[in-house]
Design a protein around this ligand. Structure first.
Ligand code: TRP
Ligand code: ZN
Length: 896
């Protein structure tokens, strides 16, 4: 019997490397597809016009034609009308089909395959979501539909015929323009779609089913009339208004801010209930997870509305950044994702509060991307290698990628950035481009050198920036010394200095910004915020002619995605918290101050003591509560303490119990000291107008629910606090106000909590998306029996391991958002986690691999938990028939 812990998998999967990229051997000039839809056996006929993409001087230059294919049944294959023979003319294996000796020059290939949408639980390729045929082809799903060069640098024109039953599939959709429809015998009908824009296979889409449609129109800047259609399951059409509205605003915004206009007469969105990710930007036929389309006040929170607005915009923005200009290979994924996330963040900032958007973005970056960059799965924004590309749709590629674009924007300014965008699109429209192409367009349009900047694409890890300052009273000069380092990451032991735009300000004793110019700059360059350009591991900056500053404000607006190491006194932080003119830096000072107190409290608790908290911090909180000028959404952010996971990132080994107790102690201390102010804020911010998901009233709800949360920390088991929560819940006329107290009640537990959870369940049992919330808020509960409860909920009729939203809501929330219970000392959380990953791997490997990542953070834990976590990773790795997806995450996680 071999030692299972060290047994290698039967076959170690191939590593794909960026440096191995070669251009395709063949171009596909056009592609005709015909689908005969049947749930268990769909026939797909394809006709490819193939042309060699390189010189063929003689027959000796002819290369084999390799087509990708996976989980396909080959029915027939013919070349220029002649059937091909297996063995003699072509061969087939697990990964595709090779025509071994094609003729010289161009030819036509006809292939027929059979696929099984009903049995497709991976939700990649053509599958059924609640009876609706739909596709997901990014990144490599098209090869599960037919044999094809399934790579983003093969662009072709698609001509698609869909045949299906009229009763169950009255709606037949694909990309581009509807060319023809008609009747067939046996109760079937057909539709023909023609997409005039050449596209890679990952942007192909097909949807067929019985769907309701919400249609409106949009007139583009140059006068094109575009029909906008949102398709959903029947009964859900009343919840599509906000998505439609968001789409129109996104279309207008892209015209005004980026000068980019929509390019077809039709734009379709389909929302389905089972989907691996949030949404997909298929050309003119975006497919969405229901979660990012459906909303009404009774079932969606303000946060859900914001999420819909940004995802609808994101997918729409891909039409130019992703579709018109696509990626050469999957290593370039951030070319479209980082840029498109930047664009959707800018959209949200322009239509909502810019500071609040920035705060929320940074909170998410720290919760998801910084940990990734500090762990075993750290990789550059443009990775160098992968085993399974689906594992690289990561916070690093998306969110850090967006930060990289934002830094270019800071360095070049809005005008310079837009000049670069215009050149990028002018050069690459209709092409598959690289990250280097993008940076080159930015550099050329602005006549600047961005060679060093490119390291942001190749170097993983979150840089650390340390600032020290000294004031020379004699010369009136402030000198800042700035050092940058970057911790090693897997495969990158040595790091090089980056080009970092680092925004700083100096405040005088009255809290006013001191106008700054660097030594040698003329007075015209004076400004309140100075963006220092860091390029070396250590640099000095001198600001002459300034009074002695009272406080320093660093990395204003979070101008770079770095960790700040500088020591600032508690007084300085309290001062910045109250005075900084940069709202982000003001929020950040509060977070840093809170973090410091919380980490001290953790140490006190570990030593068996009772934590105490600075009154200066509590006073600063009081000021925020009492400041009538302050934007209420900002105040809500400023009053929210750093989360347990983020606190945990700052300590080693991580002590989840002490962190939870420390944070609760500070919350209670704030609530006890500031009860009257919190009561006042709670009362004053009651919204009386009819519900709207944004603006002042959403800000009021956010602030009021923050106050509610603190007030519930006051001896929660006592009647008054409990009663307030239950009353708040029953008085609510919208989901935001129902969820806030319910979330708190789920933490407190007891009869009132159970009764309210039951009420919520009974009220929304038929609404899938709301039931996801119900599952999630029980999975995140701090109650000691949460794991037992999660296991019990797996038996609830609404739960299913084959539905990604359910898995994410229940299991995903438990393993990712509940560190306190996930890291139970007996290892029960880890065992449960590994069991579910293994079961899921046989159903949906993409979802299984994504779920797995928390196990990889073992190095942060104490010895015993490390041992338990690694044992689970080893158990996963020794399981038979592991997918490439799970194999890659588990093996890299174990290497640490
Ligand atoms: N391109 C999509 C987006 O960011 C992401 C996506 C949707 C995706 N579905 C997927 C990625 C499935 C991998 C697999 O908007
Ligand atoms: Zn995207």
């Amino acid at each position: 019997m071999p030692d299972t812990a060290t047994a290698a998998p039967a076959q170690t999967p191939t590593v794909i490397r960026r440096e191995d990229y070669t251009a395709p051997d063949y171009a596909i000039d056009s592609l005709a597809l015909a689908f005969d839809l049947e749930p268990g056996a769909t026939r797909v006929k394809s006709r490819l016009a193939v042309a060699p993409a390189h010189e063929q001087g003689s027959a000796a230059d002819v290369r084999p034609l390799k087509l990708d294919g996976e989980a396909l049944k080959l029915v027939s294959i013919a070349l220029d009308g002649q059937p091909l023979a297996e063995g003699r003319d072509y061969r087939v294996d697990d990964s595709g089909l090779t025509v071994t000796a094609p003729p010289q020059g161009s030819f036509t290939l006809e292939i027929e395959t059979e696929i099984d949408p009903k049995g497709n639980s991976e939700l990649s390729g053509l599958y059924l979501s609640n009876g609706i045929f739909c596709t997901q082809c990014e990144a490599e799903g098209f090869r599960r539909i037919t044999y094809f060069p399934d790579r983003p640098d093969v662009l072709t024109r698609y001509h698609v015929t869909i045949r299906g039953p009229k009763d169950s599939c009255p709606v037949l959709l694909s990309n581009g323009n509807l060319a023809e429809t008609g009747e067939l015998s046996d109760g079937r009908h057909y539709a023909v779609w023609d997409d005039p824009f050449p596209k890679p296979s990952y942007l192909f889409a097909l949807v067929a089913g019985d769907l309701a449609c919400h249609e409106e129109g949009f007139t583009t800047h140059s006068g094109r009339e575009v029909a906008l259609r949102i398709y959903v399951e029947h009964g859900k059409e009343s919840r599509t208004g906000w998505a439609m509205d968001s789409l129109k605003r996104a279309m207008r915004w892209d015209e005004t801010r980026f000068g980019l206009e929509y390019d077809l007469d039709l734009f379709n969105i389909v929302a389905v209930s089972d989907f691996n990710m949030g949404a997909m930007e298929n050309k003119s036929l975006n497919v969405f997870n229901d979660k990012y389309i459906l909303a009404d006040p009774d079932t969606a929170t303000d946060g859900d509305y914001a999420g819909i607005e940004s995802v609808v915009a994101h997918e729409y923005f891909h039409n130019w950044t992703g579709n018109r200009v696509t990626c050469r290979d999957w290593f370039q994924l951030s070319l479209k994702e980082g840029l498109t996330v930047f664009r959707d963040q800018e959209f949200s900032s322009d239509v909502r509060s810019r500071p609040v958007e920035r705060i929320q973005t940074v909170r998410a970056l720290r919760a998801r991307q910084f940990p990734e960059d500090a762990g075993p799965l750290a990789h550059p924004v443009r990775p160098d290698s992968y085993i399974e590309i689906n594992n690289f749709y990561t916070p690093t590629v998306y969110e850090k990628g967006a930060e990289v674009i934002r830094m270019l924007h800071s360095l070049l300014g809005e005008d310079g950035f837009q000049k670069g965008m215009r050149l990028y699109i002018e050069r690459h429209d209709g092409q598959a481009a690289t990250c280097d192409d993008f940076v080159a367009a930015m550099a050329d349009a602005n006549d600047v050198d961005l060679e060093q900047f490119k390291r942001w694409y190749s170097q993983a890890g979150t840089p650390e920036v340390e600032v020290t300052g000294a004031y020379d009273g004699d010369s009136g000069t402030y000198e800042m010394t700035v050092r940058q380092t970057c911790p090693p990451t897997p495969g990158q032991p040595e790091k090089q200095p980056l080009q970092i735009p680092f925004a700083v300000g100096l405040l005088d004793a009255q809290g006013q910004d001191i106008p700054l110019a660097l030594e040698g700059e003329d007075s015209g360059a004076t400004s309140a915020t100075k963006v220092l350009e860091l390029r070396e591991s250590e640099q000095r900056f001198r600001f002459p002619g300034v009074p002695e500053p009272r406080a320093l404000s660093y990395n204003r607006g979070f101008s770079a995605p770095v960790n700040l190491k500088s020591e600032q006194s508690a007084e300085e932080l309290a001062f910045l918290m109250a005075q900084d003119s940069d709202p982000f830096a003001r929020w950040e000072a509060g977070q840093r101050y809170a973090l410091r107190l919380l980490l001290q409290a953790v140490e006190t608790l570990q030593a068996g003591g009772v934590p105490e908290f600075d009154t200066a911090f509590i006073d600063a909180f009081r000021e925020i509560l009492r400041d009538p000028q302050l934007d209420k959404a900002f105040a809500a952010e400023a009053l929210t303490l750093p989360g347990e996971s983020y606190i945990g990132e700052q300590m080693q080994p991580l002590d989840v119990d002490a962190i939870h107790r420390a944070r609760e102690a500070l919350r209670r201390r704030l609530a006890e000291t500031l009860t009257d102010d919190l009561q006042e804020v709670y009362t004053v911010n009651t919204v009386t107008e009819a519900y709207s998901p944004e603006g002042e009233q959403a800000a009021q709800r956010a602030l009021r629910n923050t106050a509610l949360s603190y007030l519930s920390a006051l001896a929660p088991e006592e009647g008054a606090a409990l009663e307030r929560l239950v009353d708040h819940y029953h008085a609510a006329d919208n989901m935001t106000d129902r969820m806030a107290p319910l979330r708190l009640l789920a933490d407190i537990g007891g009869e009132a909590a159970e009764a309210t959870l039951q009420d919520f369940h009974d009220r929304y049992r038929d609404n899938d998306l709301v039931m996801d919330k119900w599952l999630a808020l029980q999975a995140v509960s701090a109650r000691p029996d949460t794991l037992e409860r999660v296991k019990a909920l797996e038996e609830h009729p609404v739960f299913s391991l084959s539905r990604p939203n359910k898995v994410r809501a229940l299991i995903g929330t438990f393993v990712q958002a509940n560190p306190l219970r996930y890291h139970a000392a007996d290892g029960s959380g880890y065992r449960f986690h590994a069991d579910r990953v293994l079961t899921l791997d046989g159903i949906n490997s993409q979802i299984a691999a994504r779920l797995l990542t928390p196990l990889g953070r073992w190095a942060r834990m104490g010895e015993e938990r490390q041992r338990l976590m690694k044992a689970e990773l080893e158990r996963i790795l020794s399981a038979p028939d592991l997918s490439r997806d799970v194999y890659e995450i588990a093996s890299k996680s174990l290497e640490g």
